[in-house]
Design a protein around this ligand. Sequence first.
Ligand SMILES: [Zn+2]
Length: 60
Amino acid sequence: MKKYCDYCANELLKNGRCPDKECVHNLLVDIYNDIEELQAKEAEEAGQDVADDVTVEKGA
Ligand SMILES: [Zn+2]
């Protein structure tokens, strides 16, 4: 399935970016990537905390 830019209707590149470098779409992609990275880090940290708790519970 090909995806098209919501803003200028260009066909999106394979990496999900708009071929028009100055298109708003690319700014949003960058912002979402940053948010996803942050969420992934937070989830990783939270996951580690949970894993620690589980280990403690198993130990007790
Ligand atoms: Zn675009």
